[in-house]
Write a protein that binds this ligand. Structure first.
Ligand code: GDP
Length: 364
């Protein structure tokens, strides 16, 4: 599955946000009441109204949304990478994520101490990024040393790795995050295996006070500008509001949102932004037993998409019967779409599209 790590300085609202995320009615209704894998790891249902519509048409007995994992990664402070260094567990936690949600304090509150004694989300973002860059530089240099023996032994992969490590070292020594390094398509796999912290895409989460949730404020505007310049994305959220919403029954949530002048829960926006940042998309499997959403990367071929359900589906893949979401809805379900000639038989080279309703045929 896909994992998002939540980072940020102390007291910016990380725990508040994490708790809200993992306790929403959506997370609970989804048959996997917030699974505590570890105290700081939670799974969230990806909200998707299309899934409900499909289930309605197919009279599915069960609805199973696709999931995204959030990991609350506490412990980042200024100077964390010096001295004792960042803890191993901490580094492992970030390495294993696909993207980073960076929570920034965009609210003023005299009762809540800011570790630096002032509210400045852009400076905070730089503080954290600097720590992550230092941790990356240290790991790159350690690996460059360790790799020499392999290179002398004629290991071709090690030679390829050294090229990438040197490129990362040059950027990091220059104060630039690893995501600024140019990587060709051929190098991408090896690059990803380096798991550098600053090579991961970043989603800035501007945590604002209740009153600023709808429009944002001057702080979040500065973050938006920074995100644009970096090619990252941002969302404006009030973690406190989200915490309140998460505790309401679903039927009261909409009313509460309207009162606050919000169209949609911030958490839904956050999850969707994560989806976009990671270039993810959804396909569906629909029947009387269940309607279910599955997450794949954009550009995934049909056999690999089938493999998300089960490895055997990929190995024995024959073809996929596919109906586009819009056709499924327009023709009132599978039978109608089939009669209208909208059910396609797609082979191994089919690139799955967002919203496809798929049925896989495979050899066992
Ligand atoms: P963490 O250290 O980053 O995990 O921060 P917490 O989630 O524990 O939040 C620190 C404190 O800030 C708590 O007392 C929260 O209730 C408070 N807090 C979180 N978000 C907001 C906000 O949007 N406005 C205000 N005024 N306080 C907030």
């Amino acid at each position: 599955g896909f994992r998002m790590g939540i980072v940020g300085l102390p007291n910016v609202g990380k725990s508040t946000l994490f708790n809200a995320l993992t306790r929403t009615a959506a997370a609970q209704a989804a048959n996997f009441p917030f699974c505590t894998i570890e105290p700081n790891v939670g799974e969230v249902a990806v909200p998707d109204p299309r899934l409900d519509r499909l289930a309605e048409l197919a009279k599915s007995r069960q609805i199973i949304p696709t999931r995204m994992t959030f990991v609350d990664i506490a412990g980042l402070v200024k100077g964390a990478s010096k001295g004792e260094g960042l803890g191993n567990q901490f580094l492992a936690n970030i390495r294993e994520t696909d993207a980073i949600a960076h929570v920034l304090r965009c609210f003023e509150d005299g009762d809540i101490t800011h570790v630096e004694g002032r509210v400045d989300p852009v400076a905070d973002a730089q503080t954290i990024e600097t720590e992550l860059m230092l941790a990356d530089l240290e790991s790159v240099e350690r690996r460059l040393q360790n790799i020499q023996r392999k290179i002398k032994g004629g290991d071709k992969e090690a030679v390829e790795q050294e090229v990438l490590l040197k490129r990362a070292q040059a950027a990091l020594s220059d104060g630039k995050p690893a995501r600024t390094v140019q990587v060709s398509d051929d190098e991408r796999r090896a690059w990803r295996l380096l798991q550098l912290l600053t090579s991961k895409p970043v989603l800035y989460v501007c945590n604002v006070n209740e009153d600023d949730a709808a429009e944002g404020n001057a702080y979040s505007a500065r973050v938006a500008e920074m995100a644009r310049a970096e090619g990252n994305s941002h969302v404006v959220i009030s973690a406190r509001i989200e915490e309140e919403i998460a505790q309401l029954p679903p039927e009261e949530q909409t009313e509460f949102l309207e009162t606050m002048g919000l169209e949609e829960a911030g958490l839904d926006r956050l999850i969707r932004a994560g989806y976009e940042l990671l270039h993810l998309q959804t396909y569906f499997t629909v029947g009387p037993k269940e309607a279910r959403a599955w997450t794949i990367g954009q550009g995934t071929l049909a056999p690999q998409a089938a493999g998300v359900i089960h490895g055997d589906f990929e190995k024995g893949f024959i073809r996929a019967e596919t109906i586009a979401y819009d056709d499924y809805v327009t023709y009132g379900g599978e039978a109608g779409a089939r009669d209208a000639g909208k059910l396609r038989a797609e082979g191994k080279s089919y690139v799955v599209k967002d919203g496809d309703v798929m049925h896989f045929l495979f050899n066992t």
